[in-house]
Design a protein around this ligand. Structure first.
Ligand code: SF4
Ligand code: SF4
Length: 330
């Protein structure tokens, strides 16, 4: 399967970025990734650019891993939710203990080896109450991070909702982070998605798919070869084919997948008159329950929370002294 996935991806595009994530992708062991790189060397075309990223909890790192990640220049994201008592709220090992100390050991290994990394902090129903603690923990450790909301989507079952927060809670959480970040006046530190929202307000190019309005930036391939539009959609309704039966190039060109992508265009037509459209681009497709189940994104809580967030960020940017000319017409 590994050879099939690699050769299909490398045949389908001239520039390929592999993002390895799980579960926990380091469980497979460093040797497994050496095997991946060896296969890649065999199937890569001359001059083809291929990069690798890994999203890890950093608890299984050892010298072999450090050597591999450093020598092969992997981009690294570490999953850490804040200080110990917040991180351990939801990140429990198989032995029932919080994983914070193991994560910290992994971070020390990265630092000792001079490896740069970013991080993802998931904001859940408990940690959402501690923006200050999370900000200062990350800032003092010089860990730029992406705050990712644990939100419930329209299609999520009731049992996953215990840890979730509302879109408005997340907007307020981000605003508190922004106020603290602005106080530090430190451009070496970065918080996503605030950084992308500010870029959008200043008319610059954001990096996250949802702020670029581009769902075509990624495909997710499951370990059995099933292809999904992105990792938000690992369920049968959004399975667009399997690499054992259908070449990736054919899946990418298939009517079903393109109809799915067209859902974004339909939604964006509805959004076009919104004053925040150039910054929001309609948001994440997942928030609409897929492409077809909601006819108007403005009906969603996500939209209301986003409009509130954009307005508040815009006001803060104005206070920083950016002129009306520099700020998009919002
Ligand atoms: S804020 Fe709401 S209406 Fe405006 S672009 Fe975003 S989703 Fe559409
Ligand atoms: S569904 Fe959301 S997360 Fe997935 S590619 Fe589209 S915007 Fe990005």
């Amino acid at each position: 399967m590994l050879k099939l996935v690699l050769s299909e991806c490398l045949q389908a595009a001239s520039f390929v970025r592999f993002i390895w994530h799980g579960g926990e992708p380091t469980i497979a062991g460093a040797e497994y990734y050496r095997k991946i790189l060896a296969i890649e060397d065999k199937v890569r075309r001359d001059g083809q650019k291929v990069t690798h990223s890994i999203q890890t909890n950093a608890t299984l790192l050892n010298p072999q891993w450090i050597d591999l990640l450093k020598s092969k220049r992997f981009s690294i994201g570490v999953s850490i939710d804040g200080p110990e008592y917040l991180h351990n709220f939801a990140r429990i090992n198989a032995n029932g203990r919080g994983s914070f100390r193991e994560v910290q050991k992994g971070i020390v290994l990265f630092r000792n080896a001079g490896i740069k990394f970013g991080s993802i902090a998931v904001v859940n129903s408990y940690t959402v109450n501690f923006p200050e603690e999370i900000f200062w923990f990350m800032y003092n450790q010089k860990i730029s991070f992406s705050a990712n909301a644990c939100v419930a989507y329209p299609s999520d079952p009731e049992e996953v909702r215990q840890l979730t927060i509302s879109p408005m809670q997340f907007s307020n959480f981000l605003l508190r982070l922004l106020d603290l970040w602005l106080k530090t006046d430190d451009p070496t530190f970065n918080i996503k998605p605030l950084d992308d929202i500010i870029k959008g307000i200043l008319g610059r190019q954001p990096s996250l798919c949802r702020y670029r309005g581009q769902c075509q930036m990624y495909l997710t391939i499951d370990s059995n070869g099933d292809v999904y539009p992105c990792d938000e959609y690992l369920n049968q309704n959004y399975n667009f084919g399997n690499l054992r039966q259908t070449p990736l190039k054919k899946i990418v060109q298939s009517t079903n997948l393109n109809e799915y992508y067209a859902g974004r265009t339909i939604m964006q037509t509805v959004c076009q008159n919104c004053q925040w459209f150039n910054i929001c681009k309609g948001g994440c497709m997942r928030e609409w329950g897929g492409s077809k189940s909601i006819t108007d994104p403005r009906e969603t809580e996500f939209c209301k929370a986003r409009q509130f967030l954009f307005e508040e960020v815009r006001d803060r940017i104005q206070l920083l002294g950016y002129s009306k000319k520099e700020i998009l017409n919002v």
